[in-house]
Design a binder for this molecule. Sequence first.
Ligand code: SF4
Length: 233
Amino acid sequence: MVTGRIHSFQSLGTADGPGVRAVVFMQGCPLRCACCHNPDTWDFNRGTEVTPDEIFRKIKRLKSYFGEEGGVTVSGGEPLMQPEFIKELFTLCKTDGITTAIDTSGCVLNDKIKEVLNLTDTVLLDYKYVTDELYKTKVGTEKSKVDEFLSYLNSRNIDTWLRQVIIKDLNNNENSVKVLKELKQKYPCIKKTELLPFKKLCIEKYEKLGIPFPLAETPETSKKEIEELEKYL
Ligand code: SF4
């Protein structure tokens, strides 16, 4: 039987996709983003082992809150590192008329992941930076992989929300945001682009894990700055 490792389950959230959603945070991530606010999801060996059916039953209990738009979002960690589990979970959700979303870094794409994407209504793609250099130094992967992922989503016409955390001295500039606008023009699958403020609520998690937080000295991004940058979208 397929099992998965989850970090946690959030009953009802409104920040991760359309409408009101149950959010499943999967355990494990191959990347090491400087801005990561969930370092406790990195280790593939931690978390709780669950079956798709167990999680589906938890989601189903919340169905009456989802309304027309809501449903389930699988986040992480990097959820697509556990494609078999998500495939089964999404199959159960789809059979029950519950819409599905995935919050991913888009750094990995293979046949098993394509099967998951077949069952996914909305992809929240964390397009972290617009240069390969920043991807290499602040994420630990190549930007081309994320572009390849986005191009695949477009070829399959899967609704995509592009998301970017705005961080001082890294991507809080007009030119960077304008590239996101160009992406939207190039890929019609992009239905929405969200600029999110960099926050440091995660500092305690890093301290607890004994891991240095690379952006400890970087100030949080204000709502005003986000609004200024949104003008270039
Ligand atoms: S992909 Fe997400 S979970 Fe993984 S290191 Fe980056 S921000 Fe953290």
